[in-house]
Design a protein around this ligand. Structure first.
Ligand SMILES: NC(=O)c1ccc[n+]([C@@H]2O[C@H](COP(=O)([O-])OP(=O)(O)OC[C@H]3O[C@@H](n4cnc5c(N)ncnc54)[C@H](OP(=O)(O)O)[C@@H]3O)[C@@H](O)[C@H]2O)c1
Length: 243
């Protein structure tokens, strides 16, 4: 198996790359912006698991570069993990359009740009799988992070549409919905210990979901229950809560 990981420098991505290298003997292509860190991570995977691991420059927001980037990935991957993302608390974004656009440009537009190219290739070959990392934040808008949530909600609907389209040609799309995860993205946040997963927990859930060909997984599992309750809370009550 050959796995392309978009946003290969993400802590969740690295843990996922390691699980696929260990369990599937997968060769991995780590694609991200910080090449120094990326190459170190690729070297570590090569050493630990004796698989091929490459690092390639990729900027999710440089949409024009995406066709050439994907054309340069040879041989073509069997699977793609979309892991890049950027986070901001709503209190830091406010109504500043430029800050909000950064979230949307990366988490949504960047994903649509590169996954459209991947989807065409997988559809033509009748082969492949896509694992897209969304967020439980995309399931209901909350005052604390609704622009981030909106970018992830857009991604979630896009992935669902791709799944619907690509299932006809044997290409599987899995949506991953993590709750709190202890990574560099959240290091400045005060996360509740009992509800917070490690990147390794999420990677294990991703691999389990991949093996079972799940459509959507929550990580950790209890977020399905938490979000089920949050989603059915009537709007007149929900809007009075501070979340
Ligand atoms: N941590 C959580 O609590 C949590 C919860 C729910 C969902 N998620 C989602 O899970 C995914 C992985 O997050 P993480 O926690 O592992 O984050 P992380 O460790 O902070 O990694 C995010 C990575 O995204 C990459 N990235 C950002 N903008 C990019 C761009 N324009 N082009 C290419 N790469 C870009 C960065 O790569 P470079 O370093 O190379 O710039 C960065 O290493 C994200 O989509 C995130 O939204 C995380």
């Amino acid at each position: 198996m050959r796995l392309l990981i978009l946003g290969g420098n993400s802590d969740i991505a690295l843990a996922t790359a390691r699980v696929f290298a260990r369990e599937e003997r997968a060769d991995v292509v780590l694609a991200s912006r910080d090449m120094e860190v990326l190459e170190k991570r690729a070297a570590d995977i090569r050493l630990r698991y004796r698989v091929r691991a490459e690092s390639v420059y990729f900027d999710a927001c440089d949409y024009e570069s995406h066709p050439a980037f994907y054309a340069g990935v040879t041989p073509k991957p069997d699977g793609v993990v979309l892991a890049f993302g950027t986070y901001a608390e709503q209190s830091d974004v406010g109504d500043d359009f430029e800050k909000g656009r950064q979230l949307i440009d990366t988490n949504f537009t960047g994903a649509v740009s590169i996954l459209g190219i991947v989807a065409s290739d997988f559809e033509r070959r009748g082969h492949g799988f896509i694992i897209g990392i969304g967020s439980v934040a995309g399931l209901r808008g909350r005052q604390s992070n609704y622009l981030y949530g909106a970018s992830k909600a857009g991604l979630g609907v896009y992935l669902a549409g791709l799944r619907n389209r690509l299932s006809k040609c044997g290409v599987h799309v899995m949506t991953v919905l993590p709750g709190f995860v202890r990574t560099k993205m959240t290091e400045a946040l005060d996360l509740p210990g009992a509800l917070t997963a490690s990147p390794e927990d999420v990677a294990a859930d991703i691999y389990r979901g991949f093996c079972k060909r799940k459509n959507t997984i929550y990580s950790k599992w209890f977020w399905r229950i938490i979000m089920g309750m949050i989603r059915v809370t009537p709007e007149p009550i929900f809007k009075r809560l501070t979340m």
